[in-house]
Design a binder for this molecule. Sequence first.
Ligand code: NIG
Ligand code: FE
Length: 408
Amino acid sequence: MKLIGPFKQIITLANLPLRGKLSDEQIDIITDGGIVVNHGEIQEVGNFETLKSENQNIETETIEGEQIVLPGFVDAHTHICFGGNRANDFAMRNAGKTYLEIAESGGGIWSSVQHTRNASEAELLKTLVERINFLVSLGITTIEIKSGYGLDVENELKMLRIIKKAQDQTKAKLVPTCLSAHLKPRDFEGSNTEYLNYILTEILPKVKEEGLAQRVDIFIEKSAFQPEESKDFLVKTKDLGFDITVHADQFTPGSSRIAVEVGAKSADHLEATIDEDIEFLAQSDTVATALPGASLGLGEKFTPARKLLDAGAIVAIASDWNPGSAPMGNLITQASILATFEKLTTAEVLAGMTFRAAYALGLEDIGKLEKGKKADFVTFKTDNFQNVLYNQGSLNAEHVYIGGTQIH
Ligand code: NIG
Ligand code: FE
């Protein structure tokens, strides 16, 4: 057992509800606080001096200078296992080239598939761990990571096995997701339905057998998989025992409705979601995940997070870090910018990057600083937690604790 502190402010988020809008008055601030950690879990959060006198002889880890502490952030949507680079896509897009022109000149998702297939396992693992370490340095302690640049049995399993190996090289919790339904690969001979069937019969049983992922994702979009075939796929996926998440309504509306209908844990993107479907999401337990990094990468509008929160939805914010549409990877910067454009309160943004994102991943033991939760938290050298979002990502995390141990 040890006591960590004193912290100028501890923002526990403990009392905030899972869904709907939040005001900043709802944020409880513990001033001059401390955190008691026992076996990697939070035992108590409270006033530092009180905790110290109540727990005589307790080992104390003293925090120097003025620091504030927040729950470790959760990035619930990334594609950070990939080979190659798509800087040329970015440049072409900004030079006015269309999606088709970029794809024809060798860009797009298919180009990342080829680079990822051609990369050695050692190279993929090395770059993946570098990206994980970058995210951890921002204060992110749980990271979802998708496959989806392999797109055949061999290469999808290769990606998921690498993600599994990466877990041995980081203390951050990694949550793998099988995104074999990212796109029908150009070298697959058959229809979309046949490819989805191939995933169901050839890929997912092996994923299950090796324990490589418990979640399955699909990109429902005109250029990827169509609504009906996707719904059928998701129902069957669920029957196999997987949790479901969907790339929904990125450019065209309609697929968030499918996500809700099949009981997906989350519907992510939602840049094009129509008002009626915002209501539908808000009535459900499917988390609406905003991906401002994709809006910034593509120059598209932001997810209507304000409307979703006002309607009562569970809104999370994730980075979507990937080589194509969201190359930045800085969730704090992206969430701050989303807040500015969508008029989100600090409470809504912090909730969206912590316990609401954790809910999307089905994780109940993280995201708030309260008794029984895992002792994952991030500190910043400042006297006021508002400075974290105010500085739009340029106030660096000072320390990152995972399971009560300082790892950064
Ligand atoms: O979440 N929308 C589809 N998939 C990714 C993009 C992946 C890529 O372009 O490589 C996304 O934005
Ligand atoms: Fe994505």
